[in-house]
Ligand binder design. Structure first.
Ligand code: C2E
Ligand code: CA
Ligand code: CA
Ligand code: CA
Length: 278
């Protein structure tokens, strides 16, 4: 482990061979990481189930740390949320997303990119204006960006968050409710939100098994969401059996290891829809 002085890194535990982010001097490490562009995005394909074509990708942030290697979001997003750094990180992620979309445009690739947005970002009154400005600056069509939000975003900061989402959706962005079925999610306020899609949490998908009629919760979630005019995305699809269940239940889109792990920008170039394009 390193020295523990003020502003020092002290988060490497050799006995566990593991980074202990809790002991990290946040402002310094995050600030430097931003400056040195250490955050990168990986991209996981989203497949439309009736055509089995890739129609979009979810952007997932990683921290390419010079000393500790590739850090996954579960290691730093919760702390970034607590410290408020998530707002700066969120803008970096949106900037990276715009850069990638601009590259796709240049390659002639038509796909949307879905980006995770923190509740803390959405509560800022100017979020929507600033985002629309960014899209314009990069020449990105509004309908190629999707925002993945969680319920807490709209429960905690209802007015401001919903105003932002309403403006963005009116401008053509797509809004997707993430992790449905994970928390206290109810259908009641689904109708009140400006949504295009509902993402069924992977803990619900994991309960789908071999027999096709043992999934009443997933099936009725899909039916209800579609009745509300939403498209349904299943996340964390790992097996063929889950895929079969979801197709039978009328699910629109799916993503998960069964199709592909999240890919780097370079790996995307070798992925079929990309090499076929342009
Ligand atoms: P999430 O939004 O639910 O993202 C899906 C997570 O599930 C990703 O983990 C993805 O790699 C993983 N996954 C995908 N397919 C499968 C599968 O078939 N099986 C299993 N077991 N897992 C699968 P990841 O990349 O570690 O991201 C974790 C969480 O970090 C995300 O959960 C999201 O809440 C958060 N996150 C990621 N990127 C961002 C970001 O740019 N901004 C914010 N605010 N949060 C982010
Ligand atoms: Ca997500
Ligand atoms: Ca999710
Ligand atoms: Ca999740």
């Amino acid at each position: 482990a390193k020295q523990a002085g003020r502003g020092q890194y002290r988060f490497f535990d050799p006995s566990l061979n593991k980074v202990d982010i809790e002991e990290f001097s946040l402002e310094q490490a995050f600030g430097q990481a931003l400056k040195e562009r250490q955050f990168v995005l990986h991209y996981q394909p989203q497949i439309r189930l009736d055509s089995m074509r890739v129609e979009g990708y979810e952007a997932l942030v990683r921290w390419q740390h010079p000393e500790f290697g590739l850090l996954y979001p579960d290691r730093f997003i919760p702390l970034a949320e607590r410290s408020g750094f998530i707002v700066a990180l969120g803008w970096e992620v949106l900037r990276l997303a715009c850069e990638e979309l601009a590259r796709w445009n240049a390659l002639g690739v038509q796909a949307w990119l879905a980006v995770n947005v923190s509740p803390l970002q959405l509560r800022h009154a100017d979020f929507s204006y600033r985002l629309l400005q960014e899209l314009q600056r990069y020449g990105i069509r509004e309908n190629s960006l999707e925002l993945e939000i969680t319920e807490t975003a709209v429960l905690d900061y209802e007015g401001q968050a919903i105003d932002n989402l309403t403006r963005l959706r009116a401008a053509g962005l797509s809004i997707s409710l993430d992790d449905f079925g994970q928390g206290y999610a109810g259908f009641s306020h689904l109708q009140a939100l400006p949504l295009n899609r509902l993402k069924i949490d992977r803990t619900m998908i994991a309960q789908l098994s071999n027999s096709h009629d043992d999934s009443p919760i997933v099936t009725s979630t899909i039916i209800l969401a579609k009745r509300l005019g939403l498209e349904v995305v299943a996340e964390g699809v790992e097996t063929r059996e889950q895929l079969v269940c979801l197709r039978l239940a009328g699910c629109d889109l799916a993503q998960g290891y069964h199709f592909s792990r999240p890919l780097t920008s370079a790996q995307l170039r070798e992925y079929a829809p990309f090499s076929n394009a342009a």
